[in-house]
Design a binder for this molecule. Structure first.
Ligand SMILES: [Zn+2]
Length: 496
């Protein structure tokens, strides 16, 4: 018996006991589903989907209009492919119709939570009910602990891009330790009610189950000092898991490499908040003498996929979400690039069907050496950061980052697509490195296979967006990826 086992199997279930939480059961189910035959999983998805579509058709003003306008109803769902008759739901749709057009009014309850996304360009609000959050709790547990040395109860060190909102979310009138809170309840200083129990649960989660040191966002343009301070704090905290924005992980790894400092040993390094380009992985794993482990999720959808010990793509949790990868109105072939559409199979407070989450990915159904049967996603960055070149060829942020990662003298870059068939490229040199700007520009243009002019400048730093996240690729042409919103026409024999 170890601490992780004790926290995960005893303390956590105990904390969830006073609520109607089924999280432990859900987590077991998610793990089972990972090893079921694909056909069986698809059957489960279809049943759930029918239920969701029926509800949306009857009670979601947005979806009932959308289905009617497209001659679609739940009866037409003979297979998962039939869902392609439903047009994509965009973030604009959700924004324009939230809340009254989107939520299921008859299910309104006290346990509804309004969840805002933390996107780089906009905030979309969604509603989660208790059950939806309970599935999410289970999915988080699975995503963080499968095939990983990290267990609940172990120390975590987190460098989010927006530490303020994380911190602010935790503040309140609460005591700052579990024993302090228990004492306050026992002595009658805090009333013994549902809120006090819920606060106690929050504290146990925060202090015992997932004890986390939160470090402020790193400024990457102030030399080595912020990085050295962070490394010193990591050495002192000795976390089992470090979670941080990919750019922070890369900067810390670069710093450890050039400073020759003895690296802190961190068993699991987990990028958060953005896609980690594959080419950055080895240096980060080396720097911390640990393994880089990833999962894919969002505020509105929760965790959707996680990697196994093979770390060769992210296994989709098919019992939680129906994920499609589409291009030009149709599902792409195995391994081909497309936009990720997500249907939340557990959100019955606010159905989201074929929601365009704004990411690009490939999907593979090839068996994984770990024995899990679920398909794997390979993420390639945001749709709005991808360039569409002549002939419909796409350069993703992942491609471009991997290209520049081959030049060790470059620390960071920002590639902007300009009007008139031009690129503007800013590159940040590694400390003391000399850059041949002309050569860097020519090399990129040749590699891109597109004859465009390029203007290259050297820069001291690339500034983050207001969300704290970084955008290395600024595209004008990404709209061509969205141009298709046309559903497949309803076949005449089924339209009746
Ligand atoms: Zn696997």
């Amino acid at each position: 018996m170890n601490l992780g086992w004790l926290m995960q199997e005893c303390v956590l279930p105990l904390m969830l006991l006073p609520t109607r939480s089924q999280a432990m059961k859900h987590a077991r189910r998610i793990r089972q589903c990972q090893r079921m035959p694909l056909e069986k999983l698809r059957g489960l998805q279809l049943n759930r989907l029918r239920e969701l579509v029926e509800l949306a058709a009857a009670e979601s003003p947005f979806y009932s209009d959308l289905f009617r306008a497209n001659g679609f109803d739940a009866e037409m769902l003979g297979s998962l492919d039939d869902l392609q008759r439903v047009p994509v739901t965009t973030k604009d749709d959700v924004e324009a119709n939230f809340p009254d057009g989107m939520v299921i009014a008859s299910r309104r309850s006290d346990d509804w939570q309004y969840v805002g996304t933390r996107g780089t360009t906009r905030r979309v609000m969604v509603v989660h009910d208790f059950q939806r959050r309970d599935f999410q709790r289970a999915a988080i547990m699975v995503a963080l602990t499968e095939d990983s040395p990290y267990r609940y109860g172990a120390g975590q060190f987190s460098i989010p891009p927006d530490a303020c909102s994380v911190h602010c979310g935790l503040e309140g009138n609460r005591a700052d330790s579990v024993s302090g809170h228990l004492w306050a309840i026992a002595s009658g200083r805090i009333k013994r009610d549902r809120a006090a129990i819920s606060d106690l649960r929050g504290l146990v989660m925060e202090k015992w189950i997932q004890p986390t040191t939160i470090w402020p966002p790193l400024s990457l343009d102030e030399g080595d000092l912020p990085l050295a301070e962070c490394v010193a704090a990591l050495r002192q905290a000795k976390p089992t898991q470090l979670t941080a924005l990919p750019e922070y992980l890369k900067a810390l790894a670069d710093y450890l490499d050039r400073s020759g400092e003895d690296p802190p040993h961190i068993p699991v390094v987990r990028p958060m908040g953005a896609n980690l380009p594959a080419s950055w992985k080895p240096a980060i794993a080396d720097a911390f003498r640990g393994s880089v482990r990833e999962h894919y999720g969002s505020r509105e959808m929760g965790p959707m996929a996680f990697d196994c010990g093979q770390a060769n793509g992210l296994h989709v949790m098919m019992d939680q979400h129906l994920i499609e990868v589409v291009r030009d109105g149709a599902t792409v072939g195995e391994g081909e690039l497309g936009r990720v559409l997500v249907t939340d199979l557990n959100n019955f407070a606010m159905p989201l069907i074929r929601y365009d989450i704004g990411d690009l990915a490939r999907i593979t159904y090839a068996p994984c050496a770990c024995g899990r049967t679920s398909p794997r996603l390979l993420l390639e960055g945001r749709v709005q950061d991808a360039f569409v070149l002549s002939g419909g060829r796409v350069l993703t942020a992942e491609d471009v980052s991997n290209h520049f990662a081959e030049l060790p003298e470059i620390r960071d870059f920002e590639l902007t697509e300009m009007r008139g068939n031009k690129w503007a490229l800013r590159v940040v040199p590694q400390p003391l490195a000399k850059l041949d700007l002309q050569q860097i520009g020519d090399r990129f243009v040749t590699w891109s296979g597109e004859s465009r002019r390029i203007n290259v400048r050297s820069s001291t730093a690339i500034r983050p967006e207001s969300s704290g996240k970084y955008r290395h690729c600024k595209s004008l042409s990404f709209g061509k990826l969205l141009a298709e919103q046309e559903p497949i026409p309803v076949a005449a024999d089924r339209a009746v």
